[in-house]
Design a protein around this ligand. Structure first.
Ligand code: CA
Length: 240
């Protein structure tokens, strides 16, 4: 066999393997992000507090570019000493196991201002809005996008309590600062092995996640095309 052809065959096989590996890396987040965000269909049942133009419901509107946020007063004189909180009502019992919270520094108006990111917060679930069961409790959390997973829970109501609205605030909430949160996603539990079926039947709008997935696709194909052209050009130069 021609030495050049054999060499190219080997190279093509290696390239194919590399592309497959890249596909796995880029396609995996797409499969994950296609999970149903039940916060999108939920309503804000009650809250404390909000300001004009940054209402509590804007926390769960799933706006693609993180332009809308839930913001509270800096000093809340109407509720002295009280933490800020929101209650989501899924309207029926839902089973979920993951939460994603987009904090201030990821939003359009507060972009990069990490000092405004909530450092302390609690998530609780309830069937009746009377007795609450804590599923997440964070203090001193420095994430710009917080992702929390937990064993699947089934509940109709989810309460988010902000114990420290900023990075350097008082964990007891005494030093009352403004809450600034752009988005909250709650992912419905998908039993293992049913992912593919879930993808097929999931018709819930997933605006932000779908655009992320699309971007991943575009980046992947651009990178693959660039790599292919570079290899082709290199091979051509070598054989000529
Ligand atoms: Ca929003």
């Amino acid at each position: 066999m021609n030495k050049h052809i054999a060499k190219h065959k080997k190279f093509a096989a290696a390239l194919l393997a590399a592309l497959l590996a890249l596909s796995a890396v880029f396609l995996f987040p797409i499969a994950v992000s296609a999970r149903t965000n039940i916060a999108l269909g939920a309503v804000i049942d009650a809250f404390c507090c909000e300001i004009d133009g940054a209402r509590a419901f804007m926390l769960v509107d799933s706006d693609v570019n993180f332009e809308t946020k839930w913001q509270t007063e800096i000093v809340d004189t109407s509720h002295p000493g009280e933490f800020h909180w929101v209650i989501l009502d899924f309207k029926t019992e839902k089973t979920f196991d993951e939460i994603r919270l987009i904090k201030a520094s990821q939003g359009i108006a507060d972009f990069g201002r990490t000092e405004l990111n909530a450092g302390g917060f609690i998530f609780e679930v309830s069937a009746d809005k009377i007795s609450w069961h804590q599923i997440i409790s964070e203090t001193g959390n420095g994430d710009e996008v917080y992702e929390g997973s937990f064993p699947p829970v089934t509940a109709r109501y989810l309460r988010l309590v902000i114990t420290n609205p900023v990075q350097n605030g008082d964990e007891n909430g005494i030093e009352n600062q403004a809450v600034r949160l752009y988005d909250l996603k709650v992912f419905e539990y998908t039993p293992a092995g049913e992912d593919d079926e879930g993808l097929m039947v999931n018709k819930t709008p997933q605006s932000a996640d779908t655009s992320d997935a699309l971007l991943s696709f575009v980046v992947f194909f651009a990178a693959a095309a660039a790599l292919f052209v570079a290899v082709w050009y290199y091979g051509r130069k070598k054989t000529s």
